[in-house]
Design a protein around this ligand. Structure first.
Ligand code: ADP
Ligand code: MG
Length: 590
C-alpha cells in the first residue's frame, strides 16, 4: 500500500495521483487529508508556500462531493485570478477519473456572462476571487446557499489584499452547517480573527514553524544609498548572469518604471502589475515561464499567482509595507527542492526592518556588499567561457569560415582567445572602471552615453480617456513606433508628456501636424518642462545610466510581451544559452 492509499483516498483519486507522478504525500497532505476525509470539521491549516496545500484540501473535497448532484457544493475563495485558474486546473487533474465532476473558475477581468453560463451548466465546485464572487452573488448569478464546504485558500493574502468585507459578506450567504477549511502560509492577527468569527472549534494543523520562510532560501541584504537602488539592482543582475528572477517593487508605478529602465538598459525584463490588461499579463507570464524574460518586475499582488518553479533570485527592490509579505516574496524562490536567494536592497533608514523580518522568518540575513566592477567583469568573463563551452556549433556559419580564417590568419590559439575575451572584457572594463563603490554609498551615478531623448507635450490626457498606458499605445500606433520607443509617458488631466529618442523628433512633429483625433485638434510640442524628469542636460537624456549589455536598437531589446505583444526577436530571448544571441545582446554600441 503506498502512502497515498493509507490516507484513505479512493481509487479514482489514487489513479490521478499516480498519473500526476506524486510519489508520497507532503507533510500538510499527510496531516490534513485523513482528518478532512473522516470528520466533518472546520480546519485551520498553516504551511509554507509550495508545500502542496491545494491537494491537501482538493483531494478530500473531490472525494466528499456528490458528483451525481449538479448543485454547487463547495466554494473555494482564493486571492487572484492566476491562483483561481491554477487551483481549478489542479482540481481537474485530481478528478480526471471522476465522472461528472465539474469545477469552474470565477474571477474578474473576464466575461461575467460566460462564467455564469458555465455555472449554469453545473459546477459542484466554484473557485473564485472574492471580488467577482460578490459581484455574481449581487447579480444572482450563483447560488451558494446549499454548499457543504467552503475553503479559504491563501487567507492571509486575501486579507492583505483588502478582501475582508467581501469574504464576510460572501460567507453570510452560505449555510451555517457547512465546514470551513482555512489554508494559509502565515497567521497574522486578521486571519485569526476570521477563524474565530466564522469557524466552529477548528482543528488546527501547522507544518513547520508558524510564519517560517522556506529554509532552502538564503537571505541577503545590501545596504545602499536610496538614490542608487537602481544601479545596485543592475549590479546584482550583472553579477548573476544566469539570473531568473522576480523583482518586487512597492507600487505599480515603481514596478513599471524599473521594468522600463531595465529594458532600456538592454536587460530582458518586463513589468507585471494590476494596471496591465488581463491579456497583457498573460503574455508577460507566458514569456516569463518560457524564460524569454529573465527579470520580472512585479507588485506583490500581481506576483501572488506565480507558480514558476526555478526562480533563482527574488530581489526586494523595496521592502514591502507589511513585513509579513516578505515571506510570500521569498517563497517565490527555493521551490520544488531547489535552492534560492532572496536579496533585499535597503537604505539606512530601513535597515532596522531586517531585524523584524529575521524574527518572522526565523532565519538570519547575511549582509553583503554590492559587487564591485572588477568582480562583475570576472563573473561575466567566466560566464562567457562557460557559454562558449556549452554552445552548439551552428553550421550555418560554415560557408563564411574560409574568409573568417583568412582574417584571423597567423594568430595562435592563445592570441585568439585573448583577443576574443578582450572584446567582452574591454567593454565591461570600460563601463565599470570608474564606477563607484555602491556599498559604501560612494559617488553618484555616472552619466554616460546613450542617445539623446526628446520630451514632448501633447494636449490630450485623462479627460480624453487616456491613462499613460493607453496613451502610449495610441502614440506607438499613430507614430508607428516600437513598443519601447515611446517612454516616460505621463498622462495628466488635460495634457500629457512623453519621450522618444531625439532621432524621432521630426517624425513626431511631422505626424502630429494638423492631426485630429475624434474631431479634436491634437497639438504636440517639444518641451523642456515635464512634470517629472524632463529632458536632462549633459548626461544621457534617457537616464540610460550606462549599460554594458545595451545592444543597438535591433539587438538589445529582447524582452517579449512587455505591455503589448512584443515585436521582440524571439530567438534571442533565451537565457544566453546561445552565444550568438548573448553576444548580440552585449554588443554594445557604447
Ligand atoms: P501551496 O498551495 O502550498 O503553495 P501547491 O498546492 O500550489 O502549494 O503545490 C505546489 C506544487 O507542488 C504544485 O506544482 C503541485 O502540483 C506539487 N505537489 C503537490 N503535492 C505534491 C506531492 N505530494 N508530490 C509531488 N508534488 C506535489
Ligand atoms: Mg496554494
Amino acid at each position: 500500500m503506498n502512502k497515498f492509499e493509507q490516507l484513505g483516498l479512493n481509487p479514482s483519486i489514487l489513479k490521478a495521483v499516480e498519473e500526476m507522478g506524486f510519489e508520497s504525500p507532503s507533510e500538510i497532505q499527510e496531516k490534513a487529508i485523513p482528518v478532512l476525509l473522516n470528520e466533518d470539521t472546520d480546519m485551520v491549516a498553516l504551511a509554507q508556500t509550495g508545500t502542496g496545500k491545494t491537494a491537501a484540501f482538493g483531494f478530500p473535497l473531490i472525494q466528499k462531493i456528490n458528483s451525481n448532484a449538479k448543485h454547487t457544493q463547495a466554494l473555494i475563495l482564493s486571492p487572484t485570478r492566476e491562483l483561481c485558474l491554477q487551483i481549478t486546473n489542479e482540481l481537474k487533474n485530481y478528478s480526471k477519473f471522476e465522472k461528472n465532476l465539474n469545477a469552474v473558475a470565477i474571477y474578474g477581468g473576464a466575461s461575467i456572462t460566460e462564467q455564469a453560463r458555465q455555472i449554469e451548466r453545473g459546477a459542484q465546485i466554484i473557485v473564485a476571487t472574492p471580488g467577482r464572487m460578490q459581484d455574481m452573488i449581487n447579480r444572482k448569478l450563483v447560488n451558494i446557499t446549499k454548499i457543504d464546504y467552503c475553503v479559504l485558500d491563501e487567507a492571509d493574502e486575501m486579507l492583505n489584499m483588502g478582501f475582508y468585507e467581501d469574504i464576510t459578506s460572501i460567507l453570510a450567504d452560505t449555510p451555517k452547517e457547512k465546514n470551513t477549511w482555512l489554508f494559509s502560509a502565515t497567521m497574522p492577527k486578521e486571519v485569526a480573527t476570521i477563524a474565530k468569527k466564522f469557524m466552529k472549534t477548528p482543528i488546527e494543523i501547522t507544518v513547520g514553524t508558524k510564519n517560517q520562510g522556506t529554509s532552502n532560501v538564503s537571505h541577503e541584504y545590501y545596504l545602499v544609498n536610496s538614490r542608487q537602488r537602481y544601479e545596485a539592482l543592475k549590479r546584482l543582475a550583472d553579477a548573476n548572469p544566469d539570473i531568473f528572477s522576480v523583482i518586487f517593487c512597492r507600487t505599480k508605478r515603481d514596478t513599471q518604471k524599473v521594468a522600463e529602465k531595465l529594458i532600456e538598459d538592454g536587460y530582458s525584463a518586463a513589468a507585471l502589475h494590476g494596471d496591465l490588461s488581463q491579456n497583457q499579463r498573460d503574455l508577460v507570464m507566458k514569456s516569463f515561464r518560457t524564460k524569454q524574460i529573465q527579470m520580472l518586475v512585479a507588485t506583490d499582488v500581481a506576483a501572488r499567482g506565480i507558480d514558476v518553479d526555478d526562480i533563482t533570485h527574488v530581489i526586494n527592490y523595496q521592502l514591502p509595507d507589511e513585513i509579513e509579505t516578505y515571506t510570500h516574496r521569498s517563497g517565490r524562490t527555493g521551490r520544488a527542492g531547489k535552492s534560492g536567494v532572496s536579496m533585499v536592497i535597503v537604505s539606512k533608514s530601513e535597515v532596522r526592518k531586517i531585524k523584524s523580518i529575521e524574527r518572522i522568518i526565523k532565519q538570519n540575513f547575511e549582509q553583503k556588499d554590492i559587487p564591485d566592477g572588477m568582480e562583475i567583469c570576472r563573473v561575466q568573463l567566466f560566464h562567457l567561457a562557460n557559454d562558449i563551452k556549452e554552445t552548439k556549433i551552428n553550421h550555418e556559419i560554415d560557408p563564411y569560415l574560409p574568409s573568417i580564417n583568412e582574417v584571423l590568419e597567423g594568430f595562435s590559439r592563445e592570441e585568439l582567445i585573448k583577443k576574443f575575451f578582450s572584446v567582452e572584457f574591454t567593454r565591461f572594463f570600460n563601463y565599470y572602471k570608474n564606477s563607484p563603490d555602491l556599498s559604501t554609498g560612494g559617488g553618484s551615478d555616472r552619466a554616460s552615453g546613450g542617445g539623446e531623448s526628446t520630451r514632448f507635450f501633447i494636449n490630450i490626457g485623462a479627460k480624453d480617456g487616456f491613462d499613460w498606458m493607453s496613451l502610449k499605445d495610441f502614440l506607438k500606433a499613430t507614430l508607428d513606433l516600437g513598443r519601447d520607443d515611446v517612454y516616460k509617458v505621463d498622462a495628466k488631466s488635460t495634457f500629457s508628456f512623453f519621450n522618444t529618442d531625439a532621432s524621432q523628433t521630426d517624425k513626431v512633429l511631422e505626424t502630429f501636424k494638423d492631426f485630429k483625433h475624434n474631431g479634436r485638434h491634437i497639438d504636440v510640442e517639444v518641451t523642456t518642462d515635464s512634470g517629472r524628469g524632463g529632458r536632462k542636460k549633459g548626461g544621457g537624456g534617457k537616464e540610460r545610466s550606462g549599460k554594458p549589455f545595451k545592444g543597438g536598437k535591433s539587438g538589445g531589446r529582447r524582452s517579449e510581451g512587455f505591455n503589448k505583444k512584443g515585436r521582440g526577436d524571439k530567438k534571442s530571448g533565451g537565457r544566453g544559452k546561445n552565444i550568438e544571441s548573448s553576444l548580440k545582446r552585449r554588443r554594445s554600441k557604447k
